[in-house]
Design a protein around this ligand. Structure first.
Ligand SMILES: [Zn+2]
Length: 272
């Protein structure tokens, strides 16, 4: 499943080809994504210029000036490419956004859990985006913030960290890795982790995600080639998926625990 780093790398990959371009419409081959693609998408987009390509959580936002915003989500298996309009579509290339100059922004989504949504309102008011917590790479994510939000919370700190109302975009792998770096056991009660440790955790979350984005920027293929779909970046993981292996810091065996139905990995020596 594309996680926040993959979505951010996609944003950076497509933005130079899309920003400032006029759209000549849309070609929808199959509107049956997670929610139906708007029937009038072609008419909505035709003649509009893309003023910016932004990201909020795992949504890409194509801002069309004052007209509105197109929200794109990659779901479980989606990917975006910029290809010449005459490139033959595959069975899973469900939506093309037609760019001036003879190219298209093509959404491929074999499992069709992705989304193409239109809103004329400010996108932060859209039901999919309203109520979300801050971005993990923004200055809003601080130790003080996490400390304040966690008071009185009895759930495991890992589940707290993966709650999109607390902070968006911290998936299972990244939560495990960030907690390892911060030295916090994933099953510790969120409300019993002190401010100083949340300061370490906020920094660890940002560092883990930044490293994944950097890895993606170097390993990901050209967004203008039609080949394949981006998968997980081959990032060095210290604990995730390493049950029984030696901790890279203290050498003790990495343990696995199921927390909130998700596999969690931690070092019993480094994490308390
Ligand atoms: Zn260790």
């Amino acid at each position: 499943m594309p996680e926040l780093p993959e979505v951010e790398v996609t944003r950076r990959g497509i933005a130079p080809h899309v920003e400032g371009r006029r759209l000549e419409g849309a070609r929808v081959r199959d509107p049956r994504l997670r929610w139906p693609v708007p029937e009038d998408l072609d008419a909505i987009l035709r003649g509009r210029r893309v003023s910016a390509v932004e990201r909020r959580a795992k949504y890409l936002l194509l801002r069309l000036g004052d007209a509105g915003t197109l929200l794109l989500h990659l779901g479980m298996s989606g990917s975006l490419r910029v290809v010449p309009a005459e490139t033959p579509p595959t069975a899973h290339d469900h939506v093309d956004l037609l760019l001036e100059g003879g190219r298209v922004l093509r959404l491929r989504d074999p499992r069709r859990f992705g989304a193409v949504l239109w809103t004329p309102e400010p996108p932060e008011r859209h039901p999919r985006l309203a109520g979300l917590g801050p971005e993990p790479l923004s200055p809003e994510l601080t130790g003080d913030y996490l400390h304040r939000r966690s008071r009185g919370r009895r759930l495991a700190v890992k589940n707290f960290l993966m709650d999109a109302q607390v902070v968006v975009g911290v998936g299972n792998i990244y939560a495990s890795e960030a907690l390892f770096r911060a030295g916090i056991r994933p099953d510790r009660e969120a409300g019993r982790v002190g401010r100083d440790r949340y300061v370490l955790l906020a920094a660890a979350v940002a560092a883990v995600l930044e490293e994944a984005i950097a890895a993606g920027g170097t390993t990901l293929r050209d967004f203008t080639s039609g080949e394949g779909a981006p998968g997980y970046f081959r990032q060095e993981l210290a604990v995730y998926g390493r049950e029984g292996e030696a901790c890279p810091v203290c050498g003790r065996g990495i343990r696995k625990a199921v927390i909130g139905q998700r596999s969690s990995f931690f070092c019993p020596g480094c994490q308390r």
